[in-house]
Design a protein around this ligand. Structure first.
Ligand code: ZN
Length: 379
């Protein structure tokens, strides 16, 4: 489904006071997976190509929201409902629909957003409320509540904008915890869709929640190291060398049973290492079948194993040591090739190149070596 998100105004609420978070920092600035909760949300909304985005903020210092450029930033009110009302009344954005979301939820789902939009645009609901079922035993006082009847209400929620604006402007309830309540209070007048969504959509309220969430991610990080070295010989003509899958012209020639791509070999071994799966030689011995073999085959073998384990590359750090060929003139080409072959962003790849200062066999120009260090995370 291609989203036509120009019709939709997205309001992100980051104006809370984090009273229950028991930390001196605002919880939205505390890091989860190397980014604070606010950045997680803004990046998520931008990825979905929303153009009309309003951020409601109170007094967050050091948020670095300038990096997101074209956001509309409005100062919120004393309560959540005040903040939403201010956003709806003061925003410069005109639109038929609005999505309202709490920035304290970092585990956002594209699927959920698409579903909300579908219900607003195609099924003409006035209010779309995602919820999960309660899987724990629920009690009130000493008595059990029938959990089958319980709905745990989440954000993001979607609305017809003029309807929610009217409701907020006449609202007298100070402590609204979500916006759908205004529609639910007058349920006979509105078309409300309750959207069952069982994906984890945790709202970070207590510090311990964020601590456990970070632990969960950390536990699943794997790292691997790979090293490869090949003999090179100097020639008088231009040869085509393979480095990181890119073809480089050079006066030197790599001696190898396969195509001699020292970078791809090191990367392959580092991925296999992170997966505790031995090394290239185990799967691709120096036999006839692997003579002059394209190193992409080795890499794809390792990537396939990685995909089967539902892992993805978090980042990769490469160190190439050679006198010849010089890496820097080909840096961009190699980086682009590796990014393409690994299907990861260039920002997640580091390529460092050095000579061996004329020392040893690498320094005398007889060998080229490469180290690769990779980290994998849950996909
Ligand atoms: Zn090799």
């Amino acid at each position: 489904m291609t989203l036509n998100n120009s019709k939709i105004h997205f309001i992100l609420l980051a104006g809370g006071n984090s009273l229950r978070f028991s930390s001196n920092t605002n919880k939205l600035l505390v890091k989860f997976k190397n980014k604070n909760l606010l950045v997680h949300n803004i990046e998520f909304i931008k990825e979905l190509k929303f153009k009309k985005i309003t951020l409601i903020i109170n007094k967050l210092k050091n948020t670095n929201i300038n990096i997101f450029g074209d956001l509309e930033v409005i100062k919120g009110g004393k309560t959540r409902s005040d903040s939403v009302k201010i956003a709806l009344n003061k925003s410069k954005f005109k639109s038929k629909y609005v999505i309202i979301h709490d920035a304290a939820r970092p585990l956002n789902s594209q699927k959920l957003i698409k579903n909300i939009i579908k219900n607003l645009l195609e099924k003409n609901y006035d209010c779309v409320v995602p919820y999960t079922k309660c899987s724990d035993t629920a009690i009130f006082g000493h008595n059990n509540i029938d959990r089958e009847k319980l709905k745990l209400v989440k954000t993001p929620q979607g609305f017809i904008k003029n309807k929610i604006s009217l409701l907020h402007n006449k609202n007298k309830i100070k402590l609204l915890t979500d916006d759908s309540q205004l529609f639910r209070n007058e349920k006979s007048k509105f078309k409300i869709k309750y959207l069952l969504n069982n994906e984890i959509n945790l709202k970070i309220t207590y510090k311990d929640e964020l601590v456990s969430l970070n632990k969960l991610v950390e536990m699943n990080t794997l790292v691997g190291i790979g090293y490869d070295i090949h003999r090179i010989i100097k020639t008088n003509k231009n040869n085509l060398l393979k480095l990181g899958g890119a073809k480089i012209r050079s006066k030197v020639k790599v001696i190898s049973h396969s195509d001699g791509d020292v970078i791809l070999h090191a990367i392959t071994d580092s991925i296999l290492g992170a997966l505790s799966q031995r090394d290239i030689g185990t799967y691709f011995p120096n036999n006839k079948k692997n003579l002059n073999r394209n190193s992409i085959d080795f890499l794809n073998y390792a990537l396939n194993k990685m995909n089967l384990k539902k892992k993805m590359i978090n980042n990769i750090d490469l160190m190439i040591v050679s006198e010849e060929p010089k890496i820097n003139p080909h840096f961009k080409k190699i980086l682009e090739s590796i990014s393409k072959k690994l299907n990861i962003n260039k920002n997640s790849i580091s390529i460092k190149a050095t000579t061996n200062e004329k020392s040893g066999l690498i320094g005398s120009g007889d060998f080229i070596a490469c180290w690769s260090n990779v980290s994998l995370r849950e996909n």
